[in-house]
Design a protein around this ligand. Structure first.
Ligand code: ATP
Length: 222
């Protein structure tokens, strides 16, 4: 599904990612664990094409995406939930969710929205509210819903549990579990194992921009 080979990337002249190899098999839920500043966000932004690597390759579903612009990821059915949510506060929840569909002219937007609402009926319940009227945890659910609009094959979730109250965390975990049973591949970052331990099949750790060999948690991944 996703294969990164020997990725190096810098920000403002400082090397951040160092020789990163990482693979996500179809249907796998993979953790990326590292402390603040370890490089999790930089790695996700690089996979999404928002930061161009200095060297290495990014293969998604067998296609070399290394030099391609971010919108090719949406076409390849990859969705991204940034750590800071990045909702447009003055737009409604539904408008925020539909942004990737409009921006990337995704086909079947209505069917995808229906699927998102089916998995997260609580989001449909506040679909007409402005994003700024929601709690931080509710905004995380909306950011996940928005990522799911384009991400029907692979989802990159940057610290989805960060700052989310326990009840919503459990809800988020249950949605991720359902997505996995539907065959989606997921890369999920966290600063420790507290929420991902029971969820992931495999874990990579990242420290100062270097990613360790994967640790297998569950062996049922293709
Ligand atoms: N815009 C930027 N300018 C300069 N340095 C940056 C910038 N963004 C990130 N960095 C540096 O890159 C390194 C990796 O940051 P990154 O945000 O990828 O880490 P992270 O693991 O996602 O941590 P966090 O959980 O704090 O977001 C850090 O040392 C950070 O200071």
């Amino acid at each position: 599904m996703l294969k990164l080979s020997a990725i190096n990337a810098h920000i403002a002249g400082t090397p951040i990612l160092r020789d990163v190899d990482l693979e996500i098999k179809p249907g796998a839920l993979v953790g990326l664990i590292g402390r603040n500043g370890a490089g999790k966000t930089t790695l996700m932004r690089t996979i999404m094409g928002l930061l161009k690597p200095d060297s290495g390759s990014i293969i998604i579903e067998g296609r070399d995406m290394t030099a391609l612009a971010p919108h090719f990821r949406a076409q390849a059915k990859v969705g991204y939930m940034p750590e800071d949510r990045q909702l447009v506060p003055t737009l409604t929840v539904e408008e925020n969710i539909l942004i990737p569909a409009w921006a990337n002219k995704l086909p079947e937007a209505e069917a995808r929205l229906a699927w998102v609402y089916e998995l997260m009926p609580e989001v449909e319940a506040f679909a007409d509210r402005k994003a700024l009227q929601l709690s931080g945890g509710q905004q995380k659910l909306v950011a996940l819903a928005r990522a799911m609009m384009s991400g029907s094959r692979l989802l990159l979730l940057d610290e989805p549990f960060e700052g989310v109250a326990p009840a919503l965390s459990r809800r988020l975990a249950s949605v991720l579990h359902t997505l996995k049973t539907e065959g989606l591949s997921v890369l999920l970052s966290e600063s420790d194992y507290s929420h991902s331990a029971d969820l992931v099949d495999q874990v990579y750790t990242i420290e100062r921009g270097a990613v360790s060999a994967p640790k297998i948690i569950r062996g049922d991944v293709a």
